[in-house]
Design a protein around this ligand. Structure first.
Ligand SMILES: [Zn+2]
Length: 309
């Protein structure tokens, strides 16, 4: 039976409201000394502003830190990221991991269930619609973190997606605290930075965030995958890798993350990267072609990526 886990303190409009406190709790718990120092140096405000607006992502609903050190996060963005996590997690398990287990006669946790994948895809289409147009998340119909039955296969995915989502957001929030820590905000407000200088600051913030979250994690693989999801989630905004005036190209940010993570060829980030590129290629009909054989997902990722660069 579906149960709502919403409490009175979960203010907001979208079901993602039930996870708002988990974001800040993990952010602080992860590295209390670091956060406290930023507070006492007046680089970071003690509160994170949780914005509730019926606006799409393109209407300035993506996270940022202002020059007073206040991190702003937005309900539309949080909803979008949770949905991306859910979709890619279900896709990765149902269409990649489970079929692979069948093929290689490995022990299986559960049988493949394509209806879960189809449902996730429908949710993902709603998630992508939030980029350009706001509408509310139908929690009676779609999987969501607020109203679900934890004893179903869907509930199993929801509980794990919640954890993955908090980790992805921790990477994103640490990216913002890194801007404060490294005094990027000051450098930007003084002006005179070229676009290339601005892009360098973004890579610096990514690198610092990765260092911070990997130095204190529960599970190496899922933290690494979270970093990749955080960066690759931006693919669906446009049909190219261009990051715009102030942000590096998405593949440059991914490559920067890969060089910090230093993954082995068997690391699950490669299969995750492959499915992101494939789904993105299909969304915009980029005509990406797959060879019949690859040594591993790493080789496949770089082959698919080379076709869109
Ligand atoms: Zn940034």
């Amino acid at each position: 039976m579906k149960i709502s886990i919403k409490k009175d303190t979960h203010t907001g409009e979208q079901p993602i409201r039930v996870l708002k406190h988990n974001l800040t709790t993990r952010l602080v718990k992860r590295n209390e000394e670091y956060i406290k120092t930023l507070h006492s140096d007046f680089k970071l405000d003690k509160n994170i502003k949780y914005n509730i607006a019926f606006l799409p992502l393109v209407d300035k609903q993506c996270p940022y830190i202002n020059n007073k050190g206040v991190i702003n996060i937005h309900e539309t963005y949080l909803s979008y990221v949770w949905i991306v996590c859910y979709y890619f997690y279900v896709l990765h398990e149902e269409l990649l991991v489970i079929p692979e287990q069948y093929k290689r006669n490995l022990p299986i946790r559960k049988n493949q269930n394509l209806s879960l994948y189809n449902e996730a895809e429908e949710l993902f289409n709603y998630g992508k619609s939030l980029i350009v147009a706001y509408s509310s998340w139908d929690k009676e119909y779609f999987p969501n973190p607020e109203y679900y039955d934890e004893n179903t296969e869907q509930g199993w995915y929801i509980l794990r997606t919640n954890d993955l989502f908090v980790e992805v957001l921790n990477f994103i929030l640490y990216h913002e605290t890194a801007h404060a820590e490294l005094e990027h905000l000051k450098k930007i407000s003084i002006g005179s930075l070229s676009n290339d200088d601005r892009k360098k600051l973004e890579l610096e913030a990514d690198t610092r965030a990765i260092e911070l979250i990997l130095s204190n994690k529960e599970n190496q693989n899922s933290t690494e995958v979270s970093i990749i999801i955080g960066l690759a989630s931006m693919l669906f905004f446009s049909n190219n890798l261009n990051g715009g005036k102030n942000h590096p190209n998405i593949d440059t940010r991914l490559e920067n993350a890969i060089s910090s993570i230093k993954p082995t060829n068997e690391n699950p980030i490669w299969s995750m990267l492959v499915i992101f590129i494939k789904v993105w290629g299909q969304q915009f009909n980029l005509g990406i072609e797959e060879k019949t054989f690859y040594i591993d997902y790493k080789e496949m990722y770089y082959d698919l990526l080379s076709q869109v660069k």
